[in-house]
Design a protein around this ligand. Structure first.
Ligand code: CA
Ligand code: CA
Length: 105
């Protein structure tokens, strides 16, 4: 529940502070970034997760962005969290969902 403190805040307010997560562990036994409570209208059967969550992979960290209503209303991603030390070509939304590190539904 690393992102649990985000849930009480307005996800549409871009001035909400960005969580800096320094100990996020990837992989099947790692940590879980749960954004399911933030997303509006996400259907795991028909929605494209990349319309709702985007990773900006940098040299030393990855910034997680969310568009709470996905493709609806156009693209409007806001920063949610920064995962320090998480980087590389395997850091993708699809990979994180597959490994259980990202919970969207
Ligand atoms: Ca949108
Ligand atoms: Ca869930």
């Amino acid at each position: 529940m690393l992102a649990s403190n985000c849930d009480a805040e307005s996800p549409t307010n871009s001035s909400v502070g960005v969580d800096a997560i320094t100990d996020f562990k990837t992989g099947s036994l790692g940590d879980v970034l749960d954004v399911s409570d933030l997303l509006v209208g996400f259907n795991p059967d028909t929605s494209n997760a990349s319309d709702f969550v985007r990773f900006l992979v940098g040299a030393t960290n990855t910034t997680v962005q969310v568009d709470v209503n996905g493709a609806a209303g156009g693209s409007d991603f806001v920063n949610l969290a920064t995962l320090a030390g998480v980087t590389g070509p395997a850091v993708t939304v699809d990979n994180f969902i597959a490994s259980g590190n990202l919970d969207v539904s």
